[in-house]
Design a protein around this ligand. Structure first.
Ligand SMILES: [Zn+2]
Length: 325
């Protein structure tokens, strides 16, 4: 079965040989068999059979029966476009958002430094989308680093389509898994974290940046929020390296004013008129985020951890609270 997606000029090479060798059936984890560029589950007892492939050559390794995404919705691809157009769009996006990320840059540098001792680090992005193209430079990793970008929709910078609940990779494949603003979009984030644990090598690293006090985004595909301690508890089978605030309390106020205006005036655009009024709060974000109180009232938090054979006990999770109460 071939699914339609426009061929993207200048897009990345999809699914290089080493990635193919690590791919498994998302449902039964059997080794895949390849024929004419299409993968098939190698287990005769599995119902998934032949997996679709986009016109760009990306395998669609999603078990649609057990996913919130549907086959029709995931395969539309768009070309990467001219670099200048991408830059202009990025600039426009930065004006449109009012979230100030106070730790993203330093977190990626920390991860890059942790990967330094590995000769050919392998990195998996879950839900990396278009922003996945920048991860190599954000991590500042060596050229030998291999980065695999996955998402639930086709795009020019996606290697293959996968659902975080059922990662289509062999166990112990990656040195680092990144889930940046992804876990809130999963029906069962704990299942995805177990999958992250499975595909990580011994002592492999995880980085997750997940919302806490944020309104719904992406409509029906937004299911979960985590307090910073709840986020830590989600990764209880990982040894903590660092955690903290990514988007602080000032962004919470700014978004709340905008959403309140939408509700009062029954208009999406009404919220935009209030942005200039709250702009000075954004300037205070870095200062406001450097206190334990911010952990109790942030818009989002991050966790950096190392795969462990030991799981935190419930009382150890309670003792890990670092907020201001
Ligand atoms: Zn299978």
């Amino acid at each position: 079965m071939a699914v339609t997606a426009s061929r993207a000029r200048g897009a990345i090479d999809h699914c290089p040989a080493w990635v193919r060798a690590t791919l498994r059936c998302p449902r039964c984890k059997a080794v895949l068999e390849w024929e004419n560029g299409q993968a098939r589950c190698g287990s005769s007892g599995c119902d998934l059979g032949v997996f679709p492939v986009t016109e760009c050559g990306q395998p669609v390794l999603i078990d649609f029966e057990n996913s919130v995404v549907s086959e029709e919705g995931v395969v539309r691809s768009k070309p990467p476009g001219d670099r200048r157009i991408r830059f202009a769009r990025g600039l426009l996006r930065s004006f449109r958002t009012i979230s100030t990320n106070v730790s993203g840059v330093s977190n990626y540098r920390t991860l890059g430094a942790l990967l330094e001792e590995i000769a050919e680090p392998r990195v998996l992005l879950i839900g990396g989308g278009d922003s996945g193209r920048d991860v190599r430079s954000r991590l500042q990793v060596k050229p030998s680093a291999e980065i695999v970008n996955t998402d639930v929709y086709a795009g020019p910078f996606i290697h293959l389509l996968a659902d975080g609940h059922q990662l289509p990779f062999a166990a112990e494949t990656f040195d680092l898994v990144i889930a940046n603003a992804v876990l809130e979009h999963l029906l069962d984030p704990a299942v995805a974290v177990a999958e992250i644990w499975r595909v990580l090598k011994a002592s492999g690293l995880v980085y997750a940046d997940t919302p806490f006090l944020q309104a719904v985004h992406m409509g029906a595909f937004d299911f979960m929020r985590f307090s910073p301690l709840g986020h830590r508890a989600l990764f209880r089978s990982f040894k903590e390296i660092d955690r903290g605030v990514t988007v602080g309390p000032m962004s919470v106020v700014r978004w709340s004013v905008e959403h309140a205006a939408k509700c009062l005036f029954r208009s999406r655009r009404a919220g935009w008129f209030f942005r200039p009024l709250t702009l000075p709060l954004g300037w205070l974000e870095r200062y406001a985020s450097r206190t334990p109180f911010a952990l109790d009232a942030c818009s989002g938090s991050y966790f950096i951890g190392r795969k462990s054979s030991r799981t935190l006990s419930p009382k150890e999770i309670v003792a890990a609270y670092k907020g201001g109460q």
